[in-house]
Design a protein around this ligand. Structure first.
Ligand SMILES: Cc1ncc(COP(=O)(O)O)c(C=O)c1O
Length: 409
């Protein structure tokens, strides 16, 4: 619809839109003549930089031989899921690709509910019940996916929930696949907690450059594996999958990775600036949603709001809106607002949830994205930053208010 010239308010894609940091453009130019095939695991220099970087960020000693790189974290998730026998335990809701990757790897999926009445916290009872019924039904759950900060919910799991989940995983000999791709977009006032701190023997961390440096299209993903025979086995299986399919991450982008993970002050400051802008924009939507009565957990990182319209289900059904998909289609059709329905994240359609992404509005083009960054760097206070430079974000909110007014009438 956008390409056909319609003015769509795009709250659907989860893509961070900030410009490429100049040191990373320079690194790509410097790396451009590197044209040889490289190790499928990544160059030793890059793996050592990543190990050093995350040792500092996660406060946990990581050595270069625990680190591998892939074509985005998706290729790493695919290879690791393929390399581990057994099925997956997936939170409901969770990011779309876990289930499609599991299906491609012929792995079964068992979903367990996050506690939606309590900010979508981890709920060990629901995890344990789902695990029990999966075993009774002949499935063999061996992997638990945790994702914090979370897509689609926007929350972060607290330390005690991570501790409980890891001790439960240890008891049941479950491997934790910890997707931490949004960890460097943890909002001020919140903390990131990793299962690695509590369960190093069987935690695998996934990350990459896509979100905190807005480099989704540069496809550099990272995985950190346990430093034991289990980790070594997985790395060797990864090596044969990567070696057979894509050989290596393109050589120039490995040079970019060395700079991105070098603890360069200007890049670290930039990551913090981008995270702060995401926070201001995401919380502005959240605050407005609170004012108009839309239920959603307060975002703690990333750029998502997970909004429930369930309390209006009777009124919405009179408009023919009986599922999250019909709600999302109605908003697109009548208000030119694009969102994603909760059902694509495995949620029940009758929960009437939508994932709203704050990352595109007023940053639709590269020029607009640069302007938002410039305006922020001009030092205006948060209120004027939103009021003076976010006409489309405000239009989106006023249309959502109009929509709810027609529902409440
Ligand atoms: C939770 C989560 N994990 C992983 C990814 C994909 O990451 P990559 O670009 O590294 O493949 C996304 C992108 O949307 C995501 O939301």
């Amino acid at each position: 619809m956008w390409k056909q010239g319609e003015d769509i308010l795009h709250a659907a894609f989860g893509e961070s839109r900030f410009p490429v940091h100049p040191d990373l453009s320079k690194a790509l130019n410097n790396g451009i003549s590197n044209r040889s095939y490289l190790s499928s695991l990544g160059t030793k220099r890059l793996r050592a930089k990543i190990a050093h970087y995350y040792t500092k960020k996660l406060n946990k000693k990581i050595s270069y031989d625990q680190v591998i790189v892939g074509i985005g974290s998706k290729s790493l998730l695919y290879s690791i899921i393929k390399a581990i026998d057994g099925d997956l335990l997936l939170p409901k809701p969770s990011w779309v690709s876990y289930s499609s990757i599991a299906t491609m790897c012929n792995r079964g999926i068992t979903r367990f509910d996050l506690d939606k009445d309590n900010g979508y916290k981890l709920n060990i009872e629901s995890l344990n019940n789902a695990y029990g019924s999966a075993k009774m039904n002949g499935s063999n759950p061996s992997m638990l996916v945790l994702n914090s900060p979370n897509n689609p919910v926007g929350n972060s799991f607290c330390r005690s929930d991570i501790e409980l989940a890891t001790s439960w995983s240890k008891e049941n000999s479950i491997t934790v696949l910890s997707d931490e791709i949004y960890s460097l977009i943890t909002f001020k006032g919140n903390s990131h907690h990793t299962p690695l701190s509590y369960y190093p023997d069987k935690t695998i961390i996934f990350s990459g450059l896509s979100k905190h440096l807005s480099l989704g299209g540069w496809r550099l993903g990272v995985a950190i594996l346990p430093r034991n025979s289990f980790g070594k086995q997985l790395i060797s299986k990864f090596e044969s999958i990567a070696g057979s399919i894509w050989s290596c991450v393109p050589a120039p982008f490995q040079v970019v990775g060395e700079t991105a993970f070098s603890d360069n002050k200007s890049i670290e400051d930039y990551i913090n600036v981008c995270a702060n802008i995401h926070r201001i924009r995401t919380h502005f939507i959240y605050d407005h949603f609170q004012d108009i009565g839309i239920d959603c957990p307060r975002p703690a990182g990333g750029f998502y709001i997970y909004a429930s319209f369930k309390k209006w289900s009777d009124r919405l059904s009179k408009k023919g809106i009986i599922s999250c998909t019909s709600l999302s289609e109605y908003l697109l059709d009548k208000y030119k607002i694009a969102t994603l329905p909760g059902s694509v994240f495995g949620d029940d359609p009758e929960n009437l949830c939508l994932r709203i992404s704050s990352s595109y509005l007023d940053m639709e083009t590269d020029e607009a994205a640069q302007k938002i960054l410039d305006n922020y760097n001009d030092g205006a206070d948060e209120k004027s930053f939103i009021n003076d430079h976010h006409p489309r974000l405000k239009l989106f909110l006023s249309k959502m208010t109009d929509f709810l007014n027609t529902v409440n009438k």
